[in-house]
Ligand binder design. Structure first.
Ligand code: BGP
Length: 473
């Protein structure tokens, strides 16, 4: 629909950006921090340095001053579970509490609203050794951990996110360290882990509502529109299959407290159904466990066609070599109507509006975008200049579509692109940059880690200043 007049972003719209602890903080084993699965994973050794990353742990004051200079209204960051509990449970590490207290206070000094992700891929390694999310005790460890976070920080933190991209963790479990890539029956294991994570999330939300009635909490999956490759009816069914398996399985449980029917039928067909113990569905269906809003990450749409029922259904896409396609369910296709980033991710701003509409139609909850952005090989030019016009174009096109979605009736209350400042990409190291601020380092040569404002820094500052009215560069 074309509108003759655009609805504006609300006066209190939360403009900001995001980071995550293991990609940004560094100080991986300092001040009592224990190891996480991300510290111990394979990517940590070969691709890049993950021990120092952007050294934010030691540089947070300068970093937050830069966010304040851009005029950020909010900043989404994650807390490293292993800074609070080095082994996942047990004694609290006071230095971890101190660090996040200082970080939160520094944000508030500039009137930047903190949005905290409690778990962004970095499960404590000690819990992983005891079976990770396959072990139901991890649910109790998680609830104990969030309880400690709420009691220390909820006096100042109003917005909380439970689990970052649970759906990506389950769909690409081996890549994110949930299962051993050589283990058997990975999917069966992963969907059991998924069930446990859903229980952990429901209990964490319920607890939050009991002890922080004035705060807001929600999940943060990666959600995207899935297109049928053609108008063939069988392609439409394939798109619905993937939409249910990738998107609704997670959000229907969070919001409605039920397994999505199509996704459940898929689990049954494949033999992946989790064991559901007595009492589990009561926990999942508890009215107090319902989120206050939905946060979601959006980078690209996906396109699929009907399965051919043979091995060619399973292909790969993009730089992460993620498989897209499953025999008897759907096959991944590239979309000829879309340009791709140098890392092979399809750029689809209109798909962003579609995704916002779909989420609104289905759940009628306020929405916030917690990741959206362009990974590129930025070049530092003479005179400390980074001309990242491609990033400005990408973000501008997405913000325009977000505004159209607001016109469609979507209750969008914030936009936090990825990432505030350069950090290390899990699979592509620090050559793949997303930030408004360049961090001067290479994969293994840490150089001086100096912060350098990119062209997009100045552009985004103006976008925020004008509350999204001036998107020109
Ligand atoms: C999301 C993650 C982020 C970040 C982002 C970009 O899936 O939540 O942590 O990594 O993707 O991905 P990449 O770094 O692989 O380009």
């Amino acid at each position: 629909m074309n509108y003759s007049k655009l609805k504006p972003f609300s006066d209190h719209f939360l403009w900001g950006a995001s980071t995550s602890a293991y990609q940004f903080e560094g100080a991986w084993n300092e001040d009592g921090k224990g190891p996480s699965v991300m510290d111990m994973g394979n990517h940590a050794k070969d691709i890049s340095d993950f021990k120092v990353t952007s050294n934010h742990y030691h540089n947070y004051k300068e970093d937050i001053a830069l966010l304040a200079e851009m005029g950020f209204k909010t900043y989404r960051f994650s807390i490293a579970w292993t800074r609070i509990f080095p082994h996942g449970t047990g004694e609290i590490n006071q230095k971890g509490i101190d660090f996040y207290n200082s970080l939160i206070n520094e944000l508030l000094k500039y009137n930047i609203e903190p949005i905290v992700t409690v778990y962004h891929f970095d499960l404590p390694y000690a819990l992983h050794l005891k079976g990770g999310w396959s072990n139901k005790e991890t649910i109790d460890a998680f609830v104990n951990y969030v309880d400690v976070l709420y009691s220390h920080f909820s006096d100042r933190v109003k917005y909380w996110l439970t689990i970052n991209e649970q759906n990506m963790m389950i769909l690409h479990g081996a890549a994110i360290g949930l299962v051993n890539p050589n283990s058997k029956n990975q999917e069966k294991t992963l969907y059991q882990q998924n069930h446990h994570m859903l229980l952990a999330q429901a209990r964490a939300i319920k607890l939050f509502h009991e002890i922080c009635p004035s705060g807001k909490i929600g999940p943060a999956p990666n959600i995207t529109a899935i297109y049928p490759a053609s108008s063939k009816p069988e392609d439409i069914i394939a798109a619905m299959n993937l939409t249910s398996i990738r998107n609704w399985l997670y959000l229907d449980m969070a919001v409605f407290g039920t397994y999505n029917d199509i996704a459940w039928s898929y689990l049954e067909e494949k033999g992946y159904t989790p064991i559901i113990e007595e009492g589990d569905m009561e926990i999942l269906g508890d009215a107090k466990a319902k989120p206050d809003f939905i946060a979601f990450n959006y980078y690209a749409s996906s396109t699929v066609s009907a399965s051919k029922n043979d091995a060619t259904d399973k292909g790969t896409i993009g730089d992460q070599q993620l498989s897209l396609g499953e025999i008897g369910v759907y096959r991944g296709e590239s979309n000829p109507n879309l340009e791709k980033t140098p890392f092979g991710w399809e750029i689809d701003p209109i798909g962003f509006r579609t995704t916002l509409r779909e989420l609104n139609d289905r759940y009628h909850l306020p929405l916030i975008v917690t990741e959206n952005g362009l990974g590129e090989y930025d070049k530092l030019e003479a005179g400390d200049v980074v001309n990242d016009d491609y990033r400005i174009n990408y973000l501008r096109d997405h913000i325009q579509q977000a505004q159209l979605a607001i016109g469609d009736g979507v209750q969008l209350f914030g936009y936090c692109p990825w990432s505030a400042i350069d950090l290390v990409s899990t699979h592509s190291g620090c050559s793949k940059r997303y930030g408004f601020v360049f961090v001067n380092r290479d994969e293994h040569d840490l150089k001086d880690l100096k912060r350098i404002k990119k062209k997009s820094f100045h552009w985004y500052k103006k976008v925020i200043e004008t509350n999204g009215k001036d998107l020109s560069s």
